[in-house]
Design a protein around this ligand. Structure first.
Ligand code: CA
Length: 223
């Protein structure tokens, strides 16, 4: 199982790599954000261990980019003991867990294993309603047996709606889930996204209806 380690301290990076190898994983080690982006573009990692203070930037930027692009790979961040705000920001940004430096290597390995056991994260789940299915790990969307190409954000919106189908998903929850705080959205960004997803679903013959609940949010149900 491939993992991505992003750590700029050579000694710690090497320790992490060797400990995870001993635990049966195949870790890639990136020392910079630049290298990490290259590894991420190749894909195939079951989890990411992410240091935040890197020579060419903050690991949180990488996490933000990945989540925005619809990458739901579980992420464990390495934070400094004296920077509790990093933990909070990290979890808000989409990290799944954190370990405070200095940490016990055995603890880190078991945290990684725990992340991989979360059914939604590593292996992904099939969400399905009507003739529409979405695999949460591969981000594949299938309608009536045929793959459909949606943008990462359309796919994430569909995932949110499928997870809560039959219930109203508040507009604010969609906005907070799909758009970063430092990336101010236009007033009708969610409306436009919903409109596009509704059109795509209709065009490919999905037997679902995406209802607007005026002043509240949106509801996905079988048509
Ligand atoms: Ca560092």
């Amino acid at each position: 199982m491939r993992l991505l380690i992003v750590e700029d301290e050579p000694a710690l990076g090497d320790l992490l790599r060797r400990a995870l190898e001993r635990a049966g994983f195949a870790p890639d080690l990136a020392a910079t954000l630049g290298e990490a982006r290259e590894y991420l573009a190749l894909g195939g990692h079951a989890a990411i261990i992410l240091d935040l203070g890197l020579t060419d930037g903050n690991g949180l930027d990488l996490l933000r980019e990945a989540r925005r692009a619809g990458n739901s790979t579980p992420v464990l961040i390495l934070t400094a003991r004296d920077a509790p705000e990093d933990r909070i920001t990290g979890l808000d940004t989409g990290a799944d867990d954190y370990v405070v430096k200095p940490f016990h290597m055995g603890e880190l390995v078991s945290r990684v294993r725990a992340l991989l056991r979360r059914p939604d994260a590593a292996l992904g789940v099939d969400l399905a309603l009507g003739n529409v299915a979405l695999h949460t790990a591969t981000r594949e969307v299938v309608v009536a047996g045929a793959p459909v190409a949606l943008t990462p954000r359309e796919t994430s919106l569909l995932e949110m709606l499928l997870r809560r189908h039959g219930r109203v998903v508040p507009r604010e929850a969609i906005e907070q889930g799909l758009y970063a705080l430092d990336n101010p959205t236009t007033a009708n960004a969610v409306e436009v996204l919903v409109y596009r997803l509704r059109r795509r679903l209709l065009a490919c013959g999905a037997d679902l209806a995406l209802h607007t609940v005026r002043g509240v949010g949106y509801l996905l149900a079988e048509a």
